[in-house]
Structures are given as C-alpha cells and as structure tokens.
Design a protein around this ligand. Structure first.
Ligand SMILES: [Zn+2]
Length: 341
C-alpha cells in the first residue's frame, strides 16, 4: 500500500484524494477525504541556509541543519537570494526542501558587509550577474547605507537586461528610497526588504511583475536589538523604514503587487512568523498564507496540489486560512513523495 493523502486542498477548497506515485501526485477517486487542510508546502523566499551570520563562510553541515529545520516546519521550498557558496551546480539533496539558488551576493564598491559576497566593479556587474545566475536567479546588492548612492540606474538596468536575456531573474537588495526606485525602474524581478519604497512605484511593480519581499522577520530582530548608543541617523532610518513597511505591504497588495513571505532570519523554519507579520500589516489572511505557500510556489514555477503535480504536501487539522496559527502545527508532511511526518 503506497502513500495516500486526502483532505481539502487550499486555496481552491476542493476535496481531493491523491496517491503518491514516486515524486508525483495522482488523483485517486477512492476514499472519503480526511478532515485535513492541505497546502503544497510552505515556502520561504528569502533564507540563507549554510551560514549563521553575515561574514560566515559557507558550511554544508550548517546548510543541512538549516534546511532540515525548514523541512520540519513544513517549509518544502526555499529560495536562497545570495549565498557564500560559490558552487552553482550542486545537485538537489532529495532529503532536503527544494532550493532555488541565486549564486553569490553581487556587491559593488561600498555596498554590503565589507569583504563579503562576490565583489565586482559597477562596470563588471552585468557580466558577473549573468555568471551568478546560472541556476536561474542572481542577487544584486542595490544599495547599502542610508546616505550612500545606490547602484546607478543605467548600471542596474544593463544588469537586469543582461540576466533576462539569458532567461534568468534578478533579486535586488534595496532599502533606501532611491535604491528601491532604481530597482523598480530597472525592471528587477523582486525587491528584497524595500524598506523605504515609495508607494507611487507600486502600480509599475504590479504591471511589470516585480514582486515585493518585505522580510519583516529580519527587521523585527534588528529593531529589538537597537540600542540608544550607536549611529542615531541609522537608527532613525531603520525605525522610520520599519513603520513605513506596514502600510507599504498593505498598499502593495491592494495595488496588485505579488507580496511574498521571506524571513531573512535565523533560526530557519519560521515562515509562519513572517506570514503573521504580513497579516499584521493588513494583508487578508488567505493572501498572506498564499504568500508563504501556493502563490510563492507558482512564482517559482512549481505546481500546486493537482493531478500530476509534485508530491509536496503539508496537512493541518485546522484551516490555516481561518486560523494562521495552525501553520506552526503541521500534522503531516510529505516532501518529494517521502513521508517526513
Ligand atoms: Zn538576505
């Protein structure tokens, strides 16, 4: 007897029954569905498995531990927007969640943690981005400190165009208003953080399909660690950006921008916490859960709970679109057809 799983599939709310056939789901008409709510797994679109803190070298043991923490939380897909791991063609480990790689962080002079990431000149950025995007994505550090200039618009546009020309996508780290503006005008595929994003850019983001990953979880930690010592200007910039992020997320959702759940935080496995922040910002619960599940999977090109789809399923006893706290209590987890729980 093979693995079967049945229940109410979200977001369609249709009763489904699947037999697991290798790594695929096959619709089976047989049983009366269990009273479970089924998601095609959770997704964290901004996690850096393999290093604990910025500046750390890549460790494969740490990577496995981080990915297993994701898996036990029902996070079956992870996008890693920047890694210290220079290996682009490492095969997927079948025990671990699906991984979308973005190569190494691409950092131009004066931007990013000193000495960290792949350091390139602005002139070299487009070609370097193409080489880092071999696995489908690259990650550009578009700006850094509040009063420093972002990557110039012409450089960022040339970079995005070059990466798109080879069929890959570009994630841009941006936190200043100007950095966010350049990322949108350059046609980036995702804005990571977007702390001081001007709302007038939201219709353009929606029209061109630029997603927004606000990473509340990371900033919540930053805010809680702020002390009265240190750079007052930096502190004020972070606090005003944090306060601005809540109405921005709500306005982005209402403008039709794809808002996605990415934690950029440790420990791994808490995308449910990020979904809770999206709800706090005013996203409807169902959209916020989708931002960390089916919407994110579709955005990454992965199918949902359909006949012939990938055998990635997480089941809950309670409907998480009614009670999102249920996301922390998965009752069954199936990854690549293997029963994890
Ligand atoms: Zn990050």
């Amino acid at each position: 007897m093979g693995v079967t799983i049945s229940g109410i599939a979200l977001p369609t709310r249709t009763p489904v029954s699947f037999a697991v056939d290798g790594q695929r789901l096959r619709a089976s008409a047989s049983s009366t569905p269990d009273s479970l709510w089924l998601l095609p797994g959770l997704v964290d679109v901004h996690s850096h498995p393999g290093m604990e803190s910025p500046g750390d070298a890549y460790s494969h043991d740490v990577f496995r531990r981080h990915m297993l923490a994701h898996r036990s939380a029902g996070v079956l897909t992870v996008r890693s927007p920047g890694s210290p791991d220079p290996v682009l063609d490492r095969p997927d480990d079948p025990d671990l969640p699906r991984l979308t790689r973005s190569g190494r962080w691409l950092a131009t002079p004066g931007r990013f943690f000193p000495g960290y990431g792949r350091r390139v000149s602005e002139e070299e950025l487009p070609a370097a981005a193409v080489s880092e995007a071999a696995a489908g994505w690259c990650k550009v550090i578009g700006d850094w400190m509040p009063d420093d200039p972002p990557v110039p618009l012409d450089v960022l546009t040339a970079t995005v165009d070059a990466v798109h020309a080879v069929g890959a996508r570009v994630a841009v780290h941006c936190q200043t208003a100007e950095g966010c503006r350049n990322a949108v005008l350059a046609g980036a595929d995702s804005l990571e953080h977007g702390l001081h994003l001007d709302h007038s850019l939201l219709p353009r983001m929606a029209a061109q399909g630029t997603a927004f990953v606000p990473t509340f979880s990371a900033f919540a930690k930053t805010i809680s660690n702020l002390t009265s010592s240190g750079d007052a200007r930096l502190r004020e910039w972070i606090v005003t950006g944090w306060e601005h992020a809540f109405p921005t997320v709500r306005a982005a959702h209402e403008a039709g921008v794809t808002v996605l759940a990415g934690t950029d935080n440790k420990p791994c496995g808490d995308v449910a916490g990020e979904i809770a922040w999206l709800i706090k910002a005013g996203m409807p619960v169902e959209a916020a859960v989708g931002a960390g599940s089916w919407i994110a999977r579709e955005w990454l090109g992965l199918p949902g709970l359909v006949d012939g789809g990938l055998a990635d399923v997480v089941a809950y006893d309670t409907d998480p679109t009614e009670d999102p706290s249920a996301l922390t209590r998965p009752s069954r987890i199936v990854l690549r057809g293997n029963v994890v729980r």
